[in-house]
Design a protein around this ligand. Structure first.
Ligand code: NDP
Length: 285
């Protein structure tokens, strides 16, 4: 391995310590920051994510409420609960864990969250604010990636960046954030004709596909920075990313591991967004 490891656990620790200080200050001033987490159904991966998010809140002085509903919850009941949370002054941030069961319209649910409490940054108002360079809440995963690039002093202005994946929660906001930082950005996806031709000229590659080995050593320019957002299981059931880590580490300049890379940063940025929401007094939209 020649690449420098970008350590999401270590960076998270530093950023979370700062969150705890801000949360304690707010609490001392009379308002403890609060995050409401809503889970519908029993998706095992979602259960783990939600548990980790609630624990991270509790560990850093953020109050959390956790609503857990059966998979057959009516959409109207979920929307009514979100309406309650929107009005609850103890709640600064609302997180509805995705995916939702198929009978519930995710878009409708996300749009029901007050934009000033949308700490995931998925509401169309927040997506638009990001698009126009005036972000209120930035989606946690790409926001965390930007913090990693900053912490490791990866030059972005003028850099060639390739984002693999175009989802609303990772790929698209990631590309916008890199663009805002002055990178020349290419977005690749499943219809891209020659993925390797794009990645080989990139100074920064962000892989966010949910497909193992989508990026291999032969597709990486020597010295490039490789960020692996993917969370997959290998044949033995072990957590792995989208990147062939062993191979790519011999070529890249910097690389994120899975686990211990982007994953912890996503939760960290959720805490940051929640404390920010509390500091703003959630009345800004
Ligand atoms: P989506 O399934 O919504 O999007 C995947 C994207 O990858 C799509 O745009 C798709 O293209 C593209 N894609 C799929 N296969 C290929 C391929 N072979 N070559 C090029 N592009 C391809 O996933 P998400 O964006 O929600 O998540 C991506 C990954 O990141 C998942 O593994 C997810 O678990 C992980 N994740 C990790 C987080 C973390 O904290 N570490 C947080 C959020 C997500 P098309 O649009 O054409 O279908």
């Amino acid at each position: 391995m020649t690449a420098t490891l970008i350590d999401g656990n270590a960076l998270s620790k530093t950023l979370r310590a700062a969150v705890a200080v801000r949360a304690a200050k707010l609490t001392a001033a009379g308002h403890q920051p609060g995050l409401a987490v809503v889970l519908v159904g029993a998706n095992p991966a979602s259960e783990v994510y939600v548990r980790n998010k609630v624990k991270a809140c509790n560990d850093h002085g953020i109050h959390s409420s956790f609503d857990r509903y059966p998979a057959d919850l009516a959409e109207t009941a979920l929307l009514a609960r979100i309406d309650e949370l929107n009005r609850d002054p103890r709640i600064d941030g609302i997180l509805v864990q995705l995916p939702l069961p198929p009978h519930i319209d995710s878009h409708k649910v996300i749009e029901a969250i007050a934009p000033g409490k949308d700490v995931d940054g998925f509401h169309v108002a927040n997506a638009g604010a990001l698009m126009t360079g005036m972000p209120l809440f930035q989606p946690c995963t790409p926001y965390g990636v930007m913090k990693m690039l900053d912490a490791y002093e990866i030059p972005l202005a003028g850099a060639e960046a390739v984002v693999i994946g175009r989802s609303n929660i990772v790929g698209k906001p990631m590309a916008l954030m890199l663009l805002e930082a002055g990178a020349t950005v290419t977005i690749c996806h499943s219809k891209t004709r020659d993925l390797a031709a794009h990645t080989r000229r990139a100074d920064i590659v962000v892989a966010a596909t949910g497909r193992r080995n989508v990026l291999t050593a032969d597709m990486v320019k020597p010295g490039a920075t490789v960020i692996d957002v993917g969370m997959n299981r290998d044949d033995a059931g072990k957590l792995c990313g989208d990147v062939d880590f062993a191979g790519v580490s011999t070529v890249a300049g910097h690389v994120t591991p899975v686990p211990g890379g982007v994953g912890p940063m996503t939760i960290t940025m959720l805490l940051v967004n929640t404390v920010e929401a509390a500091e703003r007094g959630h009345g800004s939209f």
